[in-house]
Design a protein around this ligand. Structure first.
Ligand code: B12
Ligand code: SF4
Length: 510
């Protein structure tokens, strides 16, 4: 990109539009989770500016929408996590630069926040909003609309001809001090429709973000670095009020809480559940839980969780090996995972337990936990509650985490620019130092086929017991179970047959 077109004066007086772009976040095919970050940073600007929120996955003709709004734009904002979303963000930034070189481009989100200077070095970016954007973005926009660069605004970095300026950090903003996310600026109905059409979702489902940050210190997670292990949650009354309103406006059947740690505060969760029950809205909901927190919840709160419609908790178990759990600072043990599974069973709450294989270890040494070890543990979970879903991910070191540092120490090549980070994707990084290519393929088979067949949930059990296809199902079950138990996966004829006959996997995470 031509670096001579960098901003020098940031003077955007007389301009009235703010264009916010949400690039496609992942290379893999994921369900569409609303680009809530855009709505949250747009909220304090409502009424003062003409806000254009454009989502590459949802907005028809998204490129035309961005480019046709540039003439009167104070700036263009781009949201990004590490990886593919950067690639798509850079592609749009290039088009913006070519069409309107004087429009400042502001990047925000996890990745730019971890690398403000490196991001500003790219010609795709002029300003970075570091960390929470709720207040910072409003101050940046107001400053540009006043004809000034974002000098002195806490929580941002920006490019100048003399060098990159990094302002002091902004302390965590209490999420109760910012207005509700204006969902009406996002095309919610179209996102729901796309999820129903493309992902065969039956329920009208959207995301709600009720807290920011997490007190945990898991060694593979960037949250601790970004929010210094602080957590700030919306008051329960506000969560209930907003959720009830959303359910009515968009005729929702389900809310997915996208919080890093929804269950951080038991008193708040109790009050949210009571509020939802009192409001009489008949919805289901899903949220993430830490394995050490969930089973310690009081029985009366667990009952309320179920009664208020909690369909499923996503439990980040990650490993069942004590040395690995220590290495990754999980703060939970395999016993916690098993107890959480018991709670799911006893209170009728669905559970999805996620695991990670391929954590870094010194070159030439064996892994402390293999995929087979995880399968053996998963069998124990399934014995407690067959309806528990499980998924194994391959470890990808994410920047801003201790395990990323360790991976670099053990020889991983570090991306050194925004452009290099654009290709840093778990889906495309077929090579991993700690997971052999054959093991990666095995995990794909295990997640999509062997686990659901070997350890059937209640749906699968019905198919095994009755129905026209019971004999093919029973044969698959017997083969899958034998393989899961013995670890012998050569000549996988049943998997090849399954892949030919059926494309989708059985168990979505949520
Ligand atoms: C929804 C979600 C997804 C969605 C969409 C991603 C997205 N960009 O929103 C999907 C399902 C696609 C997804 C996929 C993955 N995700 Co994800 N996901 C989340 C989740 C749960 C919620 C994000 C969210 O909506 N937050 C709500 C908004 C309001 O908060 P926010 O995004 O942080 O935005 C604030 C600031 O960052 C800033 N901001 C953000 N954008 C912008 C833009 C501008 C212009 C400004 C000014 C400010 C700004 O202001 C906002 C308000 O304060 C987060 C965890 C979490 N709770 O945050 C993980 C998270 C973002 N995911 C993560 C990861 C690692 C993944 C996966 C790799 C998981 C996997 N193993 O497959 C894949 C990515 C695959 C790939 N790259 O190819 C990491 C990202 C780490 C990193 N370095 O980027 C997170 C942080 C989880 C974690 N704690 O590790 N994910
Ligand atoms: S509990 Fe979840 S959000 Fe919190 S540090 Fe661990 S992985 Fe990150």
């Amino acid at each position: 990109m031509n670096t001579s077109v960098r901003q020098t004066n940031y003077d955007r007086r007389e301009k009235k539009k703010v264009v916010l772009f949400f690039p496609t976040p992942a290379y893999d095919h994921y369900r569409i989770e609303l680009g809530l970050a855009l709505a949250v940073v747009a909220a304090p600007l409502e009424g003062k500016y003409d806000l254009q929120l454009i989502d590459e996955r949802v907005t028809p003709d998204y490129e035309k929408e961005v480019l046709s709004n540039l003439e009167d734009a104070v700036c263009v904002g781009i949201s990004s996590i590490t990886g593919y979303q950067i690639k798509r963000g850079i592609a749009m930034a290039r088009k913006v630069r070519a069409a309107a070189p004087d429009v400042p481009i502001v990047w925000g989100g996890y990745h730019p926040s971890l690398f403000p200077e490196q991001t500003c070095e790219s010609a795709a970016c002029d300003i970075v909003c570091v960390g929470q954007g709720d207040i910072t973005f409003k101050e940046i926009v107001d400053s540009l609309a006043d004809g000034k660069p974002p000098a002195g605004i806490p929580g941002c970095a920006y490019w100048t001809a003399e060098g990159i300026v990094v302002n002091e950090p902004r302390p965590l903003v209490d999420v109760n001090d910012v207005p509700p996310a204006p969902y009406h600026l996002l095309d919610v109905d179209r996102a729901i429709e796309l999820n129903q059409r493309q992902n065969h979702e039956k329920k009208r489902t959207i995301e709600f973000h009720s807290s920011q940050g997490c007190p945990g210190k898991c060694g593979y997670c960037a949250d601790a670095q970004l929010y210094q292990r602080h957590w700030t949650g919306l008051e329960a009354d506000r969560v209930v009020e907003e959720v009830v309103q959303l359910v009515k406006t968009y005729r929702l059947d389900q809310i997915n809480y996208s919080d890093a740690n929804f269950f951080a505060n038991q008193k708040r969760v109790k009050a949210i559940c009571e509020g939802i029950i009192d409001a009489g809205i008949n919805i289901s909901w899903v949220a993430s839980a830490r394995p050490d927190t969930f089973h310690r919840y009081k029985p009366e709160v667990l009952k309320l969780i179920r009664e208020s419609g909690c369909k499923r908790v996503i439990v980040g178990a990650e490993s069942a090996s004590e040395p690995v759990l220590e290495l990754i600072c999980k703060g939970a043990t395999a016993a916690d995972h098993l107890k959480s599974a018991q709670v799911c069973r006893d209170y009728g709450i669905g559970g999805t337990f996620t695991f990670i294989t391929g954590f870094p270890h010194p070159p030439g040494t064996p892994a402390q936990e293999t995929t087979q070890d995880l399968l053996d543990f998963i069998e124990r979970l399934k014995k407690i509650q067959p309806d528990i879903r499980t998924k194994i991910f391959v470890f990808t070191p994410y920047p801003g985490t201790p395990l990323y540092e360790l991976s670099v120490e053990f020889g991983m090549k570090e991306p050194l620019s925004l452009e290099e980070w654009a290709d840093y994707n778990p889906a495309t990084m077929k090579e991993s130092q700690w997971v052999e290519p054959w093991e990666r393929k095995l995990i794909e088979k295990v997640n999509g086929f062997y686990l659901p067949f070997a350890y059937p949930d209640s749906n699968m059990q019905k198919k095994l017991a009755h129905g026209a296809k019971k004999w093919p199902y029973r044969t698959m079950h017997a083969l899958a179970l034998a393989r899961a138990r013995t670890g012998f996966y050569s000549l996988p004829v049943e998997w090849l047959l399954f892949k030919t006959l059926k494309k989708e996997t059985f168990e979505p995470i949520a």
